[in-house]
Structures are given as structure tokens and as C-alpha cells.
Design a protein around this ligand. Sequence first.
Ligand code: IPE
Ligand code: IPE
Ligand code: MG
Length: 249
Amino acid sequence: MLKRYFSSTREIPPSAKTPRHIAIIMDGNGRWAKKRLLPRVAGHAQGVERVRDIVQACIERNVEYLTLFAFSSENWRRPEEEVSRLMELFVMALEREVGKMHRNGVNLKVVGDLSRFDQRLRDLITQGELKTAGNQRITLTVCANYGGRWDILQAANRWLQDHPGGELSEAALTPYLSMPYAPEPDLFIRTGGEQRISNFLLWQLAYSELYFTESLWPDFDAQALDLAIASFQKRERRFGRTSEQLVER
Ligand code: IPE
Ligand code: IPE
Ligand code: MG
């Protein structure tokens, strides 16, 4: 079922105590491994374990949408060895986890330019999405070979193909972006201490609350998630209005 989409710049989204949509940059795997004198890929493997825990924690907290940045369009710049190990891990995670996700009511979506992935990985993605398509407890979107600029450009290009010579508007573009089924993220979390967006959801983060933590992704647990949610709950989401206007509502 397609839920109603609120654009934070065109109307004021309903406020909620629990974020409906959390988007996370899972950063710090390499440093986690380095601290333990392990290869970087050991950090990525540990990171996959955290994904399982955080999905579960989000289900328990009634978060409706969880979006995870797994591989950016710029991560191809990494050493070939690390990129291929990451692809193997992605395959393994899908093989191992999709059944469990399905039993837990997870609706899995993978967004990004998937054309660069090999056929085996693409098939697993399609199968995982199809198998879990009817689930409604949580929508888990994994962003793979994703870039915020790529997303805006692919949306604009697809819109133009459908409307040659037309004039693009915000409302017209939204359904063409890669997550039209989800509201904009209420809470953005970046682990690993860096305070940047790194070409994640550029369009959709317009009014998200930003939360940065030093915690490395393989250490990020349910308790750390609760700290992020507690910080979110203290924020005043004004969407351009004054504090006084919020009190009057
Ligand atoms: C994030 O961890 C995972 C991916 C980008 C795939 P990193 O691998 O970037 O870890 P650090 O930032 O080097 O510690
Ligand atoms: C962002 O992390 C991408 C993912 C977590 C998938 P990076 O480690 O690639 O980001 P930068 O290079 O430090 O900005
Ligand atoms: Mg990093």
C-alpha cells in the first residue's frame, strides 16, 4: 500500500514522538577493525551483524522505515580487493538474512544504480524484494551504489522522458526519486564521528534532524539507537515557522 507522502517544503509533516523514518550512514567499520589489528573487511562483517540488531530494535520501537547507506557511488574508489569483499558480504548477507527478515515482517528494498553489480547479486536483490514485498512491520531500504546526486538526476531524466518539453516541479519530481514509498527521514544518524552527508539522501534530508555520534558502526547497538532517538525527541521541528507558532498549534 502506498502511504501518503509529505513534502517537508510544501506542507508541514505530522509530528511524532518516535521517528517514522530513520536513515543511517553506517560509518566506521574500517577504524573498528584497525583498532583491533584486523583487516578492514572484518569490520564490514561485524557491521552486517549490527544491521540485524538495529533492524530488530527499530521494529520493537515501531519505526516504520529504516534506510541504510551500505555502499556509495564513490565507494568504487576503494581498493579493488575491499570492493570485491564488500560485494561478497552483500551476497552472503542476502543469502543468510532474507528468510529471517521475511519471518520478521521486513519489507526489503534496495535502491541505487544496480546496473554495476554482477548478475548473481542483482538476482538475489530481486528475489529478496519479491519475497518480502507484502510485509508491513518495517520497510528496510538498503542504499547500494547510491548517490544523492545520482538519485536526483535519474529522477529528472526519467521525468523528462515521460514529459518531453515539460517544466519540472517539486511535486512532479518526488514520485521519480528512488524512495517514493517512504516519507522523508525524520532522523538522520551518522556513526563514526564524521559530520558530513557524503552524497547520501540530498533531496530527502531537507528537514531531517541530524545526529552524529563517535560510536563506530560495529559498536552501534540498541542503547546507542535510543540515545539518538532521545536526542530527536528534544528537537523542536519548526519547518520554517517560529517557536511561538508551534505552541499555538
Ligand atoms: C563504512 O565503514 C562502510 C562502507 C563505506 C562500505 P568504512 O569502511 O568507511 O569505515 P572507516 O570510515 O574507514 O572507519
Ligand atoms: C559513507 O561512508 C558511505 C557509506 C557508509 C556507505 P564513507 O566512509 O564512504 O564516507 P567518506 O568517504 O568518509 O565521506
Ligand atoms: Mg568511512
